[in-house]
Write a protein that binds this ligand. Structure first.
Ligand SMILES: *Cc1c(COP(=O)(O)O)cnc(C)c1O
Length: 369
């Protein structure tokens, strides 16, 4: 039996006619950029997140970049970022012209702590980006507190956390603004690239609305040196068809995680991620940790189970960030996670046979660790 790492087909089959209609309706309407569908999706997604505004943009990286540009950062401004994240979190900071200042993550959760952030604050720090890695909310109470005390903007990279809760409130409404990605594998995925900025801050939203569209509100009149970063009308139509199912799809992910957790707990050589008590994760990724990660991956592959590593090289050790001058040993927990972590297959609509096969393969492969 072969289990892929991710398979969107069951999700798309279950709403097949809605997706087809989204395409037919968009084709018929003949408006493809910033039309009714984008506006309708922005309203629906803001309401879903419990925020007052949403702006559709081209992708998740642009969503973070545009938030930082909207906050008007300067060249020597510092933005605190997790050492343990997808590189987009850092690239957004450099794209906005500021300097990423990494902090190491907590060993148990993989997310950053308020304590680590506090230790990295300098007179140049302007913002903190919290990433809800794997779909597990970071400690927002602590991060909001440290941000308030130092007058920093708290930005959420929620690209893995659509629909997650922290203390009964949706992720996306805690910091000054939140960035989402609709990359096809994300919990809410488009059929192509897409992203969104969600915020309650009217001024910031007004600025990003200009920035995403050539810095222009009236055609051919440009107030800011903006970019072209818009959510396509067609992708917005697909996302509108998918959004009503997101909570049920996240619930399916949670049910799979319950089964995987039991399998992991039978393997003394395996660790799983700890979840903040007051949060309700949405499990974009299900990861385990072991010193013998590569052996586990080989054993699972031999049983037909596909795996991936998120992420094999932390941003501070990527050639792209050589100029920042970090080296091995700089952020030991993030580095250890990059060596130990392995992601297992998970998607809504995964069938019982597939789930059972992954769990059983994990238990049998786990005996070699
Ligand atoms: C996917 C992802 C992004 C970037 O989203 P794109 O739409 O691929 O640009 C940013 N941050 C995190 C944590 C992500 O997982």
């Amino acid at each position: 039996m072969m289990v892929p790492f991710f398979n969107p087909q069951p999700m798309h089959d279950s709403i097949g006619s809605d997706l087809d209609n989204a395409w037919f309706a968009t084709k018929k309407a003949g408006s493809f950029i910033l039309g009714d569908k984008v506006a309708a999706f922005e309203q629906a997604f803001a309401a879903y997140c419990g925020a007052s505004h949403c702006l559709g943009v081209a992708n998740g990286l642009d969503a973070i970049t545009l938030i930082l540009r909207g906050l008007d950062l300067r060249a020597d401004d510092e933005v605190i970022v997790p050492a343990n994240t997808f590189i987009a979190t850092w690239l957004a900071v450099t794209a906005a012209g500021a300097r990423p200042v990494p902090v190491d993550c907590e060993d148990a959760t993989g997310n950053i702590s308020a304590l680590a952030v506090e230790a990295a604050v300098t007179s140049r720090t302007k913002a903190v980006i919290a990433v809800h890695l794997y779909g597990c909310p970071a400690d927002m109470d602590g991060l909001l507190d440290v941000s308030r005390r130092h007058g920093l903007f708290l930005v959420e990279d929620a690209a893995q956390a659509h629909g997650a809760f922290y203390q009964g409130r949706r992720i996306g409404s805690f910091g000054v603004a939140s960035a989402f990605s609709f990359y096809p594998t994300k919990n809410l995925g488009a059929l192509g690239d897409g992203g969104a900025v969600v915020s309650d801050d009217e001024k910031l939203i007004a600025r990003i609305r200009l920035l995403r569209n050539y810095g222009s509100s009236t055609k051919y009149h440009h107030e800011l040196a903006g970019v072209n970063s818009r959510l396509d009308e067609l992708q917005a139509a697909f996302l509108l068809a998918k959004l009503p199912h997101l909570d049920a799809w996240n619930e399916e992910r949670r049910a799979i995680v319950n089964i995987y957790d039991q399998a992991v707990d039978r393997c003394p050589g395996l660790r799983r991620v700890s979840v903040n008590n007051s949060s309700r994760p949405v499990w974009h990724l299900y990861t385990v940790r072991t010193r013998q990660r590569d052996l586990l991956a080989r054993e699972l592959t031999a049983r037909g189970v596909s795996t991936m590593v998120h992420y094999p090289v932390p941003p501070h050790l990527q050639p792209a960030f050589n100029s920042l001058g970090y080296s091995r040993g700089g952020f030991p927990v993030a580095e250890e996670i990059s060596v130990e972590t392995l992601s297992l297959p998970i998607w809504p609509g995964m069938n019982d046979t597939e789930i059972k096969h992954v769990a059983e393969s994990l238990v049998s492969a786990g005996q070699y660790l």
